[in-house]
Design a protein around this ligand. Structure first.
Ligand code: 3HC
Length: 344
């Protein structure tokens, strides 16, 4: 889809003569800017046809494509457990869940495409390791209990972050989020149910659930991004009604939500400093290991290399399927054109 991107200036350089076209483009841009400002002030949606500042477009492509990549890479830790899930029912539920994540990636790539960035370009950025994706997926899922912890904590963190994104100012992103959140709620419950079953099973099973929660808790809290003071994008994204809450506010909301849930599960969250603070009306929690977080984001987490290598192999091995599908679609289009000519 091509989207008009007028500049706010009338000419490209001060020495260039000001043409009628340049005047008209500048007028269009001024009107577009005023319209955009009004949409922001009235908290209304920006749609692909609307004029938008280049930085707004870039911020959205950055966030939405990273989000899409996270969904795609996020299939790996759980996908790895489909064949080892402990029953046919567990296998089919997990398979449906992993398939949902692929769907989320596709909705999000589609939303990013409406901003003028092609899907191939985004795939290429992930393939070459240029693109970011959520730090959490660079950790291994060691046991079946990790599948439960991913559902409860990782999908739980994702929902906490993404429910406010349903109101993101960019229409296609907000609308994609509505569907994603509905499916994520189901994912969180399946994770909860796995952990509940294990924590009410044998001592060994309960310990397995506890170990998985111990491993996942810190990285799940880091999914909300760096602390507000170290978050270069938050302020502008909030001013543009893309993000509705800061990273720390969402993290706090998540902690407040999971403490009673952990009690109901009969499991302990691995933070001795977790304590209800009457004055703040929130749980206090210990600072997270931010050196580890930044190291994982830079590509040095336990599985960054493996995750990308697996993605590249899947993409390379699937090339023939994409080529065959494209050849089939071209053949179908030729046949449709041929029969239209004959009947004309
Ligand atoms: N992992 C990797 N990179 C991260 C990160 C994380 N957990 N948190 C922040 N970063 C990166 C940012 O992308 C940014 O890098 P960039 O400037 O090169 O793009 C940098 O660290 C600084 O962070 P900021 O706080 O300034 O960045 P944002 O304002 O974009 O906030 C965010 C980060 C909260 C993750 C926000 O982008 C966001 O809400 N994104 C949409 C949700 C999303 O991407 N979720 C992925 C979770 S996984 C998922 O949903 C799959 C499901 O199945 C569980």
């Amino acid at each position: 889809m091509s989207i008009k991107k007028p500049e706010l200036r009338a000419v490209d350089s001060p020495n260039q003569p000001i043409t009628q076209d340049a005047h008209e483009a500048a007028d269009d841009a001024r009107v577009g800017w005023e319209h955009f400002q009004q949409l922001m002030e009235e908290d209304k949606r920006v749609e692909p046809r609307d004029w938008m500042p280049e930085q707004y477009r870039k911020t959205l492509v950055r966030q939405v494509s990273q989000h899409a990549h996270s969904e795609i890479i996020g299939m790996q830790p759980e996908g790895n457990w489909i064949s080892r899930a402990p029953s046919l029912k567990r296998k089919s539920v997990l398979m449906a869940k992993v398939q949902d994540e692929a769907g989320h990636g596709l909705y999000l790539y589609s939303a990013a495409e409406t901003l003028g960035t092609s899907r191939d370009e985004m795939y290429q950025q992930l393939y070459t390791g240029k693109a970011k994706y959520s730090s959490i997926f660079n950790y291994p899922a060691r046991t079946w209990a990790d599948v439960g912890a991913i559902g409860w904590l990782v999908d739980g963190a994702a929902i906490t972050n993404q429910v406010p994104l349903c109101r993101a100012s960019y229409g296609p992103y907000g609308r994609a989020m509505v569907r994603v959140c509905k499916e994520e709620s189901f994912h969180q419950r399946q994770g909860w149910e796995i952990l509940y079953t294990l924590s009410h099973g044998t001592e060994e099973q309960k310990q397995m659930a506890q170990d998985a929660v111990d491993r996942t808790y810190g990285p799940a809290l880091q999914m909300f991004g760096p602390p507000d003071g170290d978050s270069p994008n938050s302020q502008q994204s909030m001013a543009w009604n893309i993000k509705r809450f800061s990273n720390d506010d969402l993290r706090q909301r998540f902690v407040d939500m999971i403490v009673p849930q952990a009690e109901a599960l009969g499991l302990t969250l691995p933070d001795p400093e977790l304590k209800w603070n009457e004055e703040r009306g929130h749980y206090d929690y210990a600072d997270l290991d931010w050196d580890e977080f930044f190291s994982v984001v830079k590509g040095n987490g336990p599985l960054n290399h493996q995750r990308l290598a697996h993605y590249r192999a899947a993409r390379d091995n699937g090339a023939w399927v994409r080529e065959a599908a494209a050849a089939y679609a071209a053949k179908q289009a030729d046949a449709t054109r041929g029969s239209a000519l004959l009947s004309a």
